[in-house]
Design a protein around this ligand. Structure first.
Ligand SMILES: [Zn+2]
Length: 89
């Protein structure tokens, strides 16, 4: 899956509320297999060097491939900036 498709999927999931642009608390690494990547939907293999988990304040969490986490971070910060610009007037 190429970067553009992953970004489109992340935007769709953000729009649907399946991923959230903010409210996160911290990011941790995982070393065992688990749920699929919240961005691209593919399995996170044990061989993937650094899968990352994002925990929300309400306890829910998502796991990402390292590359997908970077794309998600990039997409969500744009939404946060738009929201901040809207509230700043
Ligand atoms: Zn992924």
């Amino acid at each position: 899956m190429d970067e553009q498709r992953i970004r489109e999927r992340i935007r769709a999931r953000l729009a649907a509320g399946q991923l959230r642009p903010n409210d996160g608390t911290f990011v941790v690494a995982r070393t065992h297999s688990g749920p699929p990547c919240a961005a691209c939907g593919r399995r996170i293999e044990t061989a993937d060097a650094a899968p990352y988990g994002h925990h929300y304040l309400d306890g829910e969490h998502h796991w990402f491939h390292f590359r997908c986490m970077l794309l998600w971070a990039d997409e969500r910060i744009q939404i946060v900036r738009i929201e901040e610009a809207g509230h700043g007037r």
